[in-house]
Write a protein that binds this ligand. Sequence first.
Ligand SMILES: Cc1ncc(COP(=O)(O)O)c(C=O)c1O
Length: 436
Amino acid sequence: MSYSREKSQPIFDRALNVLEKGVSSNFRYLGDNETPIITKGKGAYVWDADGNKFIDYRLGWGPINLGHADDRVNQAVAEAIQNGTTFAATTPLEVETAELVKKMVPGMEKLRFTNTGTEATMHALRTARGYTNKEKFVKFEGQYHGAHDYVLFSTASSPISGMGARRSPIPAQVGSGIPDKIRDYIYCLPFNDFDAVEQCVKDYHNEIATIMVEPCLGNIAGIEPQEGFLAHLKKLCDEYNMVLIFDEVKTGFRLSNGGARETYGVIPHISTYAKSLGNGFPVAAFGGSEEVMNVIGGGGVSHAGTFGSNGASMAAAKAVLTILDESPVLENLAERGMRLKNGLDKILTDAGLAHQMSGHPNLQGFLITEKEVKEVRDLVHHDDELYETIMSHMYDRGVWMEDDAREPWFLCEAHTDEIIDETLDKFEESVKEAIA
Ligand SMILES: Cc1ncc(COP(=O)(O)O)c(C=O)c1O
């Protein structure tokens, strides 16, 4: 089955005339005649311009933790914007929102707001460099930290074949336009490899300002850290005067109220937040140790932004944080996430498909391979084509998931047990159809 594009296609044709490739982010372009046009989202559903309705597990690639167009958040924003949004000054709403972040995130002492995950990781990296007076940094293969030059190496979209040998990884630059010399500032290492990171740090710690890590691979099916891996990174950072940065843009206010810090029990020096902080409104933050953050300002490290802590973003973030703080939203999500995860697992097993379930229930995935999956390089064994076929059958049945296993399934408060059961029924049919 394919959906009518009677209304969607003319809109996309117009988009192609005015927006490069018809989109405002490369990842959104799915083809001249395939790219969806979405007109509405409510709760766990989205609708396209032709009125087709989908259960949504993409959730804007993670920000939606409550549900699309959540009435409580919308109302808070609607009220706040009556008073104006951008003053180039501190506001009470900003202070209250920061106080909530500090209350909910273990080890959070000082923070700054910004607008996007990209800005948050960029500022966190600069802060770490300013604090340590060192310039290089470590990141892990398959991790995406946003769209600024320093981090666009060996990300989730990089071909594994371009990453070199596992013992001697080559930072694979993502696309053109990034000065070649930037490669000299980065070490890209396999995730979950205790020895590789220890060796690199021992060899080069005099130059390494920070280890920046997504605590679980939010851009590779949510693959989780092995027991002790994050603590190992923290220990190395403490020992060798490096700053540990958790990029919690996908995990923050999603895994638990305290994010990966709480879920995995390791407190880094700095964390970055964005997506779920605003349930769809653009807002981000970075912060952690007061000692490290103290290098910002006063002639020290530069951090600025006209729209940082604007009224609309702060109202959204304050509403989201208050809801999470006052009710067990994320715990409930984890329960329903397990219902989904167990259901998917059983259906794949019953169908005789070797697979690996991965990720935290609130940000999960699965890979079609009999081999254990610990890092991005393990994806060479995954059956991409079959995964894509199953997801296209899901789409035909009104369930929208990325057809690429690297992007996790996200859950939100509005995914009820009934919606999950409906998803599982459709998944069973889709798997049967795909392997028939
Ligand atoms: C872990 C992580 N960090 C940073 C970013 C960049 O965030 P943004 O798209 O808001 O700039 C993303 C985006 O997907 C992400 O997944």
